[in-house]
Structures are given as C-alpha cells and as structure tokens.
Design a protein around this ligand. Structure first.
Ligand code: FMN
Length: 204
C-alpha cells in the first residue's frame, strides 16, 4: 500500500504516524502559567537532539476539533520554562490520569495525586514521583500547519538535570532501575525489559 499524506485526513496520517514511529519515549511535561497556574501533560513525540548544549524537543499538536493550542504550549510560550519528568512503570497510571484535555484552570498534579517538587533553576515544579527531572529553558518553537493535524515543535535546553541516585551508577543510567515506559499506538505501551545487545563493528 502506498500513501500520499497530503491527500489523507489528519486522523489517517495520525494513525500512520503513531503506528510507524514506535516505541516512543514519553516526556511528562510540567509547566506554570504567568500567574502561577500549574499544568502537567504527557507527550510522546519526544526526543533528544544533542548533548552539549543539552537539547531536547517534544511536539504538542493542536487540539483535535478546534485547533486550539494545548495548555503546555501556551504556558511555555508565556514563560519559556518547562520540566520534563521521565515516566517509570510505577508512574504510568497516574500519568494517564492527566491525559484528558482538562480546562486550563485544572491542576493535573491534583487530578492525578502527584507531588510537586520544587525545581532548582525554573519556576515549574517537577513531579516528585519521577526519578529524572530535566529543567528546561525554551530555545525555539516551530509551528507547522494551520488545519486539523497542525502542531508545534518545542525545542528546549536542559539547564539543570536531576537523576535519582537509585538509577545512576556514577557513569550510566540504570535502565533496570529506571524502568521507563514507551508509547505505542492506541492505548498500548511498552516496557523496556526485552533487551538485546549489538556491538558496533569497529573500523580498525
Ligand atoms: C502517553 C501519552 C502521550 C501523548 N503524546 C502526545 C503528543 O506527543 N502530542 C500531543 O499533542 N498530545 C499527546 N498526548 C495527549 C496530551 O497529553 C493531551 O492532549 C493533554 O490533555 C494535553 O494537555 P495540556 O492541554 O494540559 O497541555 C499524549 C497523551 C499520552 C497519555
């Protein structure tokens, strides 16, 4: 089967996008508005860009139906700050509770029963239950599209990073302790337990 995305609907493209780019890491993003309203939401269009400067990106789409910007994007446009909390298996159900599109005034920390953790360098708190907190400052935001399916790419620099001692051996992050989950399509998730190793060929 061949597809021309420009001739498909947003939802058809969305299904192909989330079915083919898998598994996806999850950024659990905390923000606050200019007047202090807290927000917390998950984004699986998330990845690293480069290590120095330490750049990451994630992509909030416009709301399906009305094209409005999601609260996370509005807050980052307003304040330029956000925290990415990494989602371990123990956190995934609470993370899921934050995913409905609540009104702006709703604090998803309270909805999900999660604990705000003061950050070192930015205003938004992290999620205390998370084992990794990336405190980020906005570098740029790129916008794509102006119809259903439109979205934005938020690029941020991690200006402070907290990694819980239990998931770090002084050199590497301990995957088996962090137990990060990944997003597949629909309501499917993946664990990071079925691991195999493949050493790179040497040029020597
Ligand atoms: C695991 C997971 C991953 C998600 N990934 C994305 C994503 O990459 N982009 C997006 O726009 N929405 C994504 N969502 C949906 C948002 O979390 C949802 O629209 C949320 O209500 C946005 O909140 P906000 O308006 O407070 O920013 C995801 C939801 C879940 C549960």
């Amino acid at each position: 089967m061949d597809f021309n995305p420009s001739q498909l609907s947003a939802i058809e493209n969305y299904r192909l996008l989330i079915g083919t780019i898998v598994p996806r890491p999850i950024a659990f993003v905390s923000t606050v508005s200019q007047d202090g309203q807290r927000n917390l939401a998950a984004f699986s269009f998330f990845n690293g860009v480069c290590p120095k400067p330490f750049i990451v990106s994630f992509a909030p789409m416009r709301k399906m139906g009305n094209l409005e910007k999601k609260d996370t994007l509005l807050n980052i446009e307003e304040t330029g700050e956000f925290v990415i909390n990494i989602v371990s298996e123990s956190l995934v159900e609470k993370m899921n509770l934050t995913s409905p599109e609540y009104d702006f005034e709703v604090d998803e920390f309270e909805v999900a029963g999660l604990t705000p953790r003061p950050s070192q360098r930015v205003k938004p708190p992290g999620v205390a239950e998370s084992l990794v907190h990336m405190e980020c400052r906005k570098v740029d935001i790129l916008h794509f599209g102006d119809e259903e399916g439109a979205g934005s790419l938020v690029i941020g620099e991690v200006i402070f990073l907290h990694v819980d001692d239990s998931v770090y051996d002084g050199r590497h992050i301990l995957l088996e302790a962090l137990q990060p989950v990944a997003r597949l399509a629909g309501d499917a998730y993946a664990r990071t337990t079925d691991i195999f190793h493949l050493p790179r060929p040497s040029l020597k």
